[in-house]
Design a protein around this ligand. Structure first.
Ligand code: FES
Length: 234
């Protein structure tokens, strides 16, 4: 057993638990975006930050990747944590304003304005799809390529993957395309992005890799074209 203190409360954690595991066990709410039970923690979104240590040695760490340690002092809602988390959410809204998941986070944590230019990106680089494909679907058809602003998720050589089984696991777990805000705007949202909806799918994907093509997710340009063509045929 590991003994530590979270928000002034003496707690005990099992060996191998992370700070996030411990907080959840004790009912302390920590927001997460790139964390999913059953997938290896990745530490991409930084939303789960907490403050550890005291005085000058205090620092922010991601609770989903930081192990519970004996004697650790953790603050989950310090001023620094709250303000940094709001900034992280603000950056998320700027990157992916069409994501319902991100909009919900902004509403929940009181992000009222976004000071950065909206990018309307299709991917927030959380890596959930990559881990889902590799670890749960045992496929590994997609991965990250590039660095910095060029970082993105794709198949090998941007070509149709022979090992993709079109299971849809990547889309199922994606916080951006799976839960895209469908409008109309609920009170409190700050983007207005649903008025200018773009396709949910990654356009560099081949048609065959979109499991929604047959059923239609309702926001895809290809889908709208199909409907339009059918209407014109009538
Ligand atoms: S949930 Fe911990 S970094 Fe994303």
């Amino acid at each position: 057993m590991v003994s530590m203190r979270i928000d002034g409360l003496d707690v005990q954690a099992e060996e191998g638990w992370t700070i996030l595991d411990t907080c959840r066990f004790y009912g302390i709410d920590i927001p997460t975006l790139c964390h999913e039970d059953g997938l290896t923690p990745y530490g991409a979104c930084r939303l789960c930050i907490v403050e550890v240590g005291e005085g000058k040695n205090a620092k922010l760490v991601t609770s989903c990747t930081s192990p519970a340690q004996d004697g650790l002092r953790v603050r989950t809602h310090s001023e620094k944590v709250v303000s940094t988390r709001k900034m992280i959410i603000e950056l998320m809204v700027a990157r992916c304003p069409n994501s319902k998941t991100v909009q919900d986070l902004a509403s929940k944590f009181g992000v009222q304005q976004v000071r950065f230019k909206p990018k309307y990106e299709e991917c927030i680089l959380c890596g959930l799809c990559v881990r889902m494909c590799k670890e749960q679907m045992m496929s590994g058809a997609i991965d990250f390529v590039g660095r910095g602003k060029d970082r993105r998720v794709t198949t090998a050589f941007d070509e149709k993957s022979d090992i993709c089984r079109t299971c849809g696991g990547c889309m199922y777990i994606c916080p951006i395309c799976e839960l895209r805000c469908q409008g109309p705007e609920p009170p409190g949202v700050i983007c207005g992005g649903c008025l200018d909806m773009t396709p949910t799918c990654l356009d560099h994907y081949d048609d065959a890799q979109c499991f929604m093509v047959e059923s239609g997710c309702g926001t895809c340009v290809r889908e709208s074209k199909k409907v339009k063509e059918k209407e014109e045929e009538r």
